[in-house]
Design a protein around this ligand. Structure first.
Ligand code: 5GP
Length: 191
């Protein structure tokens, strides 16, 4: 998605440890007009699919998922991050290792909001090592819902997540795939 790539080049900041900061337009301050274009693009990419629910993960995924959901006319469910030890039986749960915070936490979704007849599209801001996406996929699988695919805004193609998740059989559509990023050569996108 050209508009997104241009914005990443203009406002993305390369930090250490392979982290790309996009908090001026994506995951702190949010550019809603850009989000609307992102929503249209995901709708186009998944136009061949029946989807009745969008699943994301707090916190950064929520804003994007809500705008995307307007184009699909479906509700959004977000997985909550929790460190609670005693998780009761009314939730689906998975363990996720945070790429940006280097810690492991549980993600949970109430069994009320994921059911066997749901057709689910996962939306998230980044795909790096794939832990978040694999965790979300597990929640969908445990609920016996159908996982239609995953829409990712920025995939860091030089990390293993994309390959890992696609090889597990999940359809992943990323709007911008970064092949490399460093201070000398800047950000290089996959065509
Ligand atoms: P993964 O689980 O694929 O390793 O990482 C995905 C999650 O980590 C995303 O939900 C996102 O919040 C965060 N993340 C991963 N890489 C980056 C990055 O380069 N920049 C930012 N801002 N967040 C990232």
């Amino acid at each position: 998605m050209e508009l997104l790539k241009q914005r990443i080049i203009k406002d993305g900041i390369i930090k250490k440890d392979n982290v790309l900061k996009v908090d001026s337009f994506l995951n702190h301050q949010m550019d809603i007009k850009l989000f609307a274009e992102i929503g249209k693009e995901f709708k186009r990419l998944f136009s061949d699919c029946q989807i009745n629910k969008i699943l994301t993960i707090e916190a950064s995924g929520i804003g994007i998922a809500c705008i995307v959901a307007q184009y699909f006319d479906v509700p959004v469910v977000f997985a909550k991050k929790t460190q609670t030890k005693n998780i009761d039986g009314d939730v689906f749960t998975a363990k996720v290792e945070s790429f940006t915070h280097s810690k492991t936490y549980d993600i949970i979704v109430s069994k009320k909001f994921l059911c066997a007849d749901d057709k689910v599209l996962i939306i998230d801001d980044f795909l790096a090592n794939g832990c978040a996406l694999l965790g979300l996929s597990k929640l969908v699988k445990d609920s016996s819902a159908e996982l239609v695919g995953a829409g990712i805004v920025i995939e860091k193609g030089f990390q293993q997540g994309g390959e890992l998740v696609r090889s597990s059989g999940v359809r992943v559509e990323s709007l911008a795939i970064i092949d490399s990023m460093d201070e000398n050569n800047g950000i290089v996108f996959r065509n």
